[in-house]
Design a protein around this ligand. Structure first.
Ligand code: FAD
Length: 295
């Protein structure tokens, strides 16, 4: 099933993200986590992909198994930065053969040692090029892309960021998934700007439940997102006790999701980081809200 049909439904939907193992030895534990999260029967699950192909080896297998073994719809991430045309084409052929219909098309982060090199000769400089290629390879693919409520770190301003986002939609992207954010007002402001610029595809809100104090620093470093004082106070107070921090982090994420649903953002994607217990807890906190129709 193309996930756009889920995203166009006004009912609240909750989906989860998993990531493939870096080493073969970790495959079994990732598969266990995937199975437990799939048993929650979320709206869909997405599987991340290593930029440059690094940890991509298992992405498609995991995405395929989510669909075939557990009957949950799946979105395979695909990056193109520092890849050759041939590598990407091969991967697209593999996706076509697998039956996976939904792809989150990404550029990927530019590797640190390539930041200063001349990128003119690169096969892919931006996700737009990958989206166009996917659309050409199979017009039936349902293609999504990333967006950034607090603008992408390489962008000069939000106007420029949204202009390039619009180009992704014009190239064939049918939905957008946001970078994590901890302050919903930033998302509402971003959505207003998107609609004003004529970007009208569904936007899936990406929520990261922070369950350990040291995750905050990593999340901020990765995404550059703003951490509100309310969240800083929570980490200050509970960060030293693992169980308390986990409970508080799940409650904060749940609260964010309820506020999003209440304000008409129907689709939420949880960066569940291969933690089935976190996914289960968030899902059960929302069990009466999910699956109902609020017109
Ligand atoms: P792009 O859309 O290419 O944008 C990158 C920058 O270039 C932006 O500043 C944009 O404004 C600008 N830009 C875009 N088009 C043009 C143009 N035509 N000309 C000039 N400038 C332009 N990374 C992974 O490695 N694997 C994953 O699985 C993964 N999943 C992700 C999922 C989500 C929901 C998000 C939000 C991010 C994910 N990332 C992943 C991280 C992502 O790869 C990085 O944020 C990366 O730096 C940008 O990717 P992009 O697809 O947004 O790039």
């Amino acid at each position: 099933m193309r996930v756009i049909s889920i995203l166009n439904d006004p009912k609240p939907s909750l989906s989860f993200e998993v990531f493939p193992p870096k080493k073969e030895t970790a495959l079994e534990s990732v598969e266990r986590a995937v199975k437990t999260i799939a048993q929650i029967k979320p709206a869909y699950m997405s599987v991340t992909y290593g930029a440059g192909g690094g940890t991509s080896k298992y992405t498609l297998d995991i995405a395929k198994s989510i669909k075939e073994k557990y009957g949950v719809e799946t979105v395979e991430h695909l990056t193109c930065v520092s890849s050759t045309k041939e590598m990407v084409r091969r991967q697209i052929e593999n996706i076509k053969a697998s039956g996976v219909e939904n792809i989150l098309a990404l550029r990927g982060d530019i590797p640190a040692d390539m930041l200063d090199c001349d990128r003119n000769g690169w096969a892919y400089n931006h996700a737009t090029e990958l989206i166009a290629e996917l659309k050409e390879a199979n017009p039936d693919f349902c293609i999504g892309a990333a967006c950034y409520p607090e603008i992408h770190p390489e962008s000069r301003n939000s106007k420029e960021d949204i202009r390039f986002l619009k180009a992704k939609v014009e190239a064939g992207c049918e939905f957008l998934t946001t970078q994590m954010f901890f302050d919903n007002t930033l998302l509402y402001r971003f959505l207003y700007k998107l609609r004003e610029a004529g970007v009208n595809v569904p936007v899936v809100a990406g929520i990261m439940p922070i369950t350990k104090a040291n995750q905050v620093e990593r999340a901020v470093k990765l995404s550059g997102c703003h951490v509100p004082q309310r969240f800083i106070s929570l980490v200050d107070r509970f960060g030293s006790d693992e169980a308390s921090m986990k409970q508080a982090g799940i409650a904060y994420a749940t609260d964010q999701i309820i506020d999003l649903f209440a304000n008409g953002v129907s689709n939420v994607h949880v960066y569940s980081m291969n933690k089935p217990d976190v996914a289960q807890k968030i899902y059960s906190n929302l069990s009466d809200i999910l699956g109902k129709s609020y017109e």
